[in-house]
Design a protein around this ligand. Structure first.
Ligand code: FES
Length: 528
């Protein structure tokens, strides 16, 4: 590995790399706008200039390869003067409308202005007037006055999505970022351009003027929308999610996520969520205590198996549950000796980048942990058919994916024909309203645990929103049912249950909940 000296300190850096990423990797901050770790080098902003011994001029660190023995200075008056000059140039026409800019608080122009700029302007001429709040796509707004022409967004559309919607038009001081009139920025990843915009030129409609970013709390998690398991940060304030942002994981999603996944979060704080357990009394579903509702559901399952055998009892698990919850649910199926077990998943469109056809984050985990037909048992379609024929006495449905997978006539006829229906879901409609016992579920944002993605990478999610006081998590529900239906002490604590999984499944051997860290770990034997 080459050794270089930076500001008098010798460091080892990776070979065949440019100076800027090497310095960043070594924890040495060099300001930069146009460079991005996942895009080609543009070298246009000139903010990353440093002194290199033997070079008569300052060089841009983002486009200077490291050499063994290189002597670099990032802290000289000459470098400071160059940064001040760049900042002055970038701010000559900038509107400085930070009080109404969504980026304020996380804007590199603002931050570098404080750190490296001057506190005054030397120009009196009016600033350039361009389009503000221009709708350039279904989810994106452009403010041309704020753009510093770093072209990160242009390269994103050229190199990552290969859709080429954005471009810099005109020349010199008339240069302007824009889209062609008949080609809006409408690709499935368009909102990433707002993330990589170092200023507030590109903003998402979804977050526009909603909240100042410094109020947001950030919780690392996984996108729940498909089986890719993109790493994200849930950004929340006052128990409400305000935005989902991608989190870097080079093994899963680099630094990107799709627009669809990014926009699927409002259900978590929907005020129509089912929050109280309900038990059917005649025609009516009436609110119940958690203890009574779970005892009633357990009694229905036990009596169903006792009366007519496990053949007439079936379980549909949810691919939105965590591995720890699914492990307990699989134990419940074991205790009841169920054969008709399955985890139905919505299948939709995918692409050759991040979007996967299976629209749930933990379908791989459900399969890994045995929530599949057992000993010749029926799959989801077969279970609904058994129900419709009157061959099931009890059906336990977790989640409402069947309402999106099967025709309404099919699932309704099946559920109506089952004498005892237990439903665990986020909402009363469409399925829990038909239940004998309805148990509220928690969303992914309200719990801690793990998901396994399509490449069998196990990744942590963390609680961002506090559930309603007293609400049991899905794992607690399954655990209490197990306590009703079997001997022994059952508890639900995600890290301890994960430990149980590692003892039971050889592929998990050597993993620990804490050891998964923020980037996750791939199961033994997985194709990477
Ligand atoms: Fe090096 Fe822009 S980051 S020139």
């Amino acid at each position: 590995m080459p050794k270089i000296t930076v500001d008098g300190r010798e460091i080892e850096v990776a070979a065949d790399t440019m100076l800027l990423p090497a310095l960043i990797e070594a924890g040495i901050h060099v300001p930069h706008y146009c460079w991005h770790p996942k895009l080609s080098i543009d070298g246009s902003c000139r903010m990353c200039q440093v002194e290199v011994e033997g070079s008569p001029k300052l060089v841009i660190a983002c486009n200077t390869p490291v050499r063994d023995g290189m002597v670099v200075r990032t802290d000289t008056p000459r470098v400071a003067n160059a940064r001040r000059g760049v900042m002055e140039l970038l701010l000559v026409n900038h509107p400085i409308d930070c009080p109404i800019c969504d980026k304020a608080g996380e804007c590199l122009l603002q931050d570098y202005s404080y750190s490296f700029g001057t506190r005054f302007t030397r120009t009196e001429e009016p600033r350039r007037k361009l389009e503000k709040r221009k709708e350039i796509g279904p989810r994106m707004i452009l403010d041309q006055e704020r753009c510093i022409l770093c072209r990160r967004c242009v390269r994103f559309c050229r190199e990552i999505t290969k859709t080429n919607e954005l471009g810099v038009f005109n020349m010199g001081d008339r240069s302007v970022l824009d889209v062609l009139p008949d080609a809006p920025l409408a690709n499935d990843y368009s909102m990433n351009t707002a993330d990589i915009c170092p200023v507030g030129a590109l903003e998402t409609k979804d977050f526009h003027h909603k909240l100042r970013v410094w109020f947001l709390k950030k919780t690392p998690s996984i996108c729940p929308s498909c089986s890719n398991g993109c790493n994200i940060t849930i950004q929340h304030y006052r128990n409400q999610i305000w935005r989902l942002m991608p989190r870097r994981n080079d093994a899963v999603n680099d630094t990107w996520m799709c627009d669809h996944g990014r926009l699927q979060y409002a259900f978590a704080h929907d005020t129509n969520r089912l929050r109280l357990p309900m038990v059917r009394r005649g025609e009516q579903l009436v609110a119940s205590t958690w203890e009574d509702a779970v005892a009633e559901a357990s009694r229905i399952l036990r009596d169903g198996v006792k009366r007519s055998g496990p053949e007439r009892v079936a379980l549909l698990a949810s691919p939105h549950l965590t591995n720890e919850e699914l492990f307990r649910l699989a134990q419940l199926a074991d205790v009841l000796q169920l054969r008709h077990v399955d985890t139905p998943v919505v299948v939709g469109q995918g692409d050759d980048f991040l979007i996967q056809p299976e629209k749930a984050a933990n379908i791989a985990g459900a399969r890994e942990l045995g929530l599949v037909p057992r000993n010749g048992g029926r799959d989801a379609a077969g279970i609904l058919e058994l129900a419709r024929q009157g061959s099931l006495d009890v059906l336990y449905v977790c989640g409402s994916d069947i309402a999106r997978i099967f025709d309404e006539a099919v699932w309704k006829a099946a559920l109506r024909a089952v004498p005892q229906l237990i439903v665990q879901d986020l909402f009363l409609e469409p399925i829990a309203a038909l239940a004998t016992v309805a148990l509220p579920s928690l969303s992914w944002a309200e719990k801690t645990g793990t998901f396994t993605n399509r490449k069998r990478r196990v990744q942590q999610i963390h609680r961002a929103l506090a559930p309603v006081e007293g609400q049991w998590s899905d794992g607690e529900i399954f655990t209490r049912m197990l306590a009703h239906l079997s001997e022994g002490r059952w508890e639900f604590e995600p890290a301890a249950v994960f430990e149980e999984i590692t003892r039971k499944y050889p592929a998990y051997t050597g993993l620990s909940f804490a050891g998964l860290g923020l980037q996750g770990k791939t199961l033994a034997g997985a194709e990477v």
